[in-house]
Design a protein. Structure first.
Ligand code: F6R
Ligand code: MG
Ligand code: MG
Length: 364
């Protein structure tokens, strides 16, 4: 049975500040999704949130980039933004950058990750959702899951994965893409995906079967809006078990927190802390950045779950390490490398300050 899994997300208002989501907004989204399921547009859905980002997880049979499904997401976000505006939540409707729906939510503000596949005998899915960071945040974990035998032992000892995986990498500034084959091209690939502010892993495919293994949302809101409007706060769907890495191999990269961009005012590096959904409330210096993981089994498109995958004391050390990294970085205050490098500050106050001081720079 061909199933499409769509995860569409938007920050349509924070409670309090940019730290979390209001329950009334979530229940409004729940209503909209329930109605779409009743009308037969969706097979199933799950509404959740990561920090201040509303997440609509949907299964259906309309394929990727479906006008109907994207319109549904957009309409639900609009109705939720109305609730947010009434409650005067912070930044109500901030990611709904266009005035009207233009047929597809891509490039309009909301983030989207979608994949279509033939549902397997047992279809295990993990959906990662992050707040206070950008889509390149998935580069390191996806590399570890699908190309690093020190993380995924299945690459070495499971015959059905030994052929490796292919990575579709997007240049988010130039809107170009390239496919790298692992393991033979990992050195070439790492030149690019090691720069996650510019190159983001969009999708991963099983090399032998060509089957989709993972897909992420990769848009840079700042580039869409031309000025800083918040971070992308990306999502990533990963298929697991069988010819794909095991659940534990998919979660393992998050046991040692990497450092990502997007903390405070989208202008700082910080550790990506894996947390349970109810702990995704970034409040210290508006962070540190969080990642949650919702696990599902699919049954004819029905979402059996979620299991809150980081709600596990085995990730306590990762959380402790993330807090320690946060302490070290915070000591730097406004200095790099806590603050982003200058070229990443283009969409913030930098141009204005530069303009004001233009006449005062003298030749040395
Ligand atoms: C939002 C974020 C926050 C805000 C900050 C200022 O994703 O990262 O750190 O940038 O709270 O927010 P505004 O400008 O909305 O007052
Ligand atoms: Mg926000
Ligand atoms: Mg957010």
């Amino acid at each position: 049975m061909q199933i499409t899994l769509s995860a569409i997300k938007a920050d349509i208002g924070g409670y309090v500040g940019h730290s979390s989501s209001h329950p009334d907004v979530l229940s409004k989204a729940e209503q909209g999704m329930a109605q779409a399921k009743q009308e037969g547009l969706l097979i199933d859905y799950h509404v959740t949130r990561c920090g201040d980002d509303l997440q609509l997880i949907m299964t259906h049979q309309h394929g990727e980039d479906s006008n109907q499904i994207h319109k549904l997401g957009w309409d639900v976000f609009i109705s939720c933004a109305e609730v947010a505006k009434k409650l005067k939540l912070h930044g109500a409707g901030q990611d709904l950058l266009a005035d009207a729906f233009a047929g597809n939510v891509r490039g309009m503000g909301p983030g989207v990750a979608e994949m279509q596949f033939e549902e397997r005998e047992a279809e295990t899915i993990i959906i990662f959702m992050a707040d206070k960071t950008a889509s390149g945040a998935w580069n390191l974990p996806l590399y570890k899951m699908f190309a690093d035998p020190f993380n995924t032992i299945g690459l070495v000892i499971a015959a059905n994965m030994h052929g490796g995986f292919s990575f579709e990498v997007h240049d988010v500034k130039e809107s170009k893409k390239i496919v790298f084959h692992a393991p033979d091209e990992i050195y070439d690939m790492l030149v690019f995906i090691g720069a996650p502010g510019r190159y983001a892993v969009k999708a991963v495919y099983h090399r032998d079967s060509g089957e989709i293994a993972a897909v992420s949302s990769t848009q840079k809101l700042a580039l869409i809006a031309g000025r800083y409007v918040g971070k992308d706060d990306p999502v990533c769907i990963v298929r697991s078990q069988g010819t794909f890495p095991a659940v534990g191999e998919i979660l393992e990269p998050f046991a040692s927190p990497n450092i990502v961009e997007g903390w405070m005012r989208g202008s700082h590096h910080g550790p990506l802390m894996p947390v349970a959904v109810n702990e995704s409330n970034p409040s210290r210096f508006d962070g540190p950045p969080r990642v949650i993981a919702a696990g599902f089994q699919l049954a004819e498109g029905t979402l059996v779950g979620p299991r809150d995958m980081f709600d596990d004391l085995a990730f306590d050390n990762a959380r402790k390490q993330a807090n320690d990294i946060a302490d070290v970085l915070r000591r730097l205050g406004p200095f790099e490398p806590h603050r982003l490098p200058l070229h990443e500050m283009e969409y913030t106050t930098l141009p204005q300050v530069m303009k004001k001081l233009e006449g005062r720079f003298e030749n040395i």
